[in-house]
Ligand binder design. Structure first.
Ligand SMILES: [Fe+2]
Length: 244
């Protein structure tokens, strides 16, 4: 099997653009660790929040180019792609349409987040608007939204609409607490999850780009086919802008 097969679709390893990596050194340390974990491709997804200064589309491309060249200089075998973690607000579809915000690797898929305590109708309507604008929303760390996950049928409704969802590796390995671990595994086992990603912010500790332990757990508990879908096959379809 390919050594660097995992594809991380949610990662804050781009330096100096959000609460993730602080500088080029930390970004390189994160990439080195990611490569050691078996990750070969990363979509960099800095936060894009309306109330904060966020990286521009040009800045994103420039920094990714710098980081990619630095990684190649150090022989770190990781290919980087542009993306963003878009905080939902009214008009998000129009901003995307105007080319002001990044989709995932230039595809029709967009990584979207909400306040963790956000009400369900607001989340559903927001995702519906993105779908109506022609995008395929991927709900970031779905396990954080109690209003979506803790009432039967809600997540199913979002998936029926055409949404996708992502769970964090650290939730599945238990680093976010027992309740989060239980919930995340239930979602995975019920087949309600499309992507498992690191959401890494640091080169060290619980928010670093760890995936191998989670991958071993997925293979053991769900089988290698399901694990492959969650860890790289669906993500490959995002990179190639194919339907999942
Ligand atoms: Fe994130």
């Amino acid at each position: 099997m390919e050594k660097h097969r995992y594809i991380d679709i949610h990662c804050h390893a781009l330096y100096g653009v959000d609460d993730g990596s602080a500088d080029l050194e930390e970004s390189l340390a994160m990439l080195r660790m990611a490569a050691g974990e078996g990750i070969g491709k990363i979509i960099l997804t800095p936060h894009q929040k309306p109330d904060r200064r966020c990286v521009s589309m040009e800045g994103l491309q420039e920094r990714i180019k710098t980081l990619q060249e630095a990684a190649e200089g150090e022989k770190i075998p990781i290919k980087l792609y542009p993306g963003g973690e878009l905080f939902y607000r009214a008009g998000l579809g129009e901003e995307l349409e105007a080319g002001m915000l990044p989709t995932l690797a230039g595809s029709g898929y967009v990584l979207v987040e909400f306040y963790p305590q956000e009400q369900y109708p607001y989340i559903r309507d927001g995702l519906y608007r993105l779908l109506a604008a022609g995008y395929s929303p991927v709900l970031a760390h779905v396990e954080r939204y109690g209003e979506v996950c803790r009432k039967k049928g809600r997540l199913e409704e979002l998936l029926d609409m055409g949404c996708y969802c992502q769970v964090n590796t650290s939730s599945l390995t238990g680093e976010q607490g027992f309740g989060m671990k239980q919930l995340s595994w239930r979602l995975v086992k019920e087949g309600l999850v499309h992507f498992v990603a690191t959401d890494a912010h640091r080169a060290k500790g619980g928010r670093s780009p760890q995936i191998s332990k989670c991958a071993a757990m997925l293979e053991k508990r769900c089988g290698s086919d399901a694990a492959a879908r969650l860890l790289y096959e669906n993500a490959r379809k995002v990179l190639e802008d194919e339907e999942i």
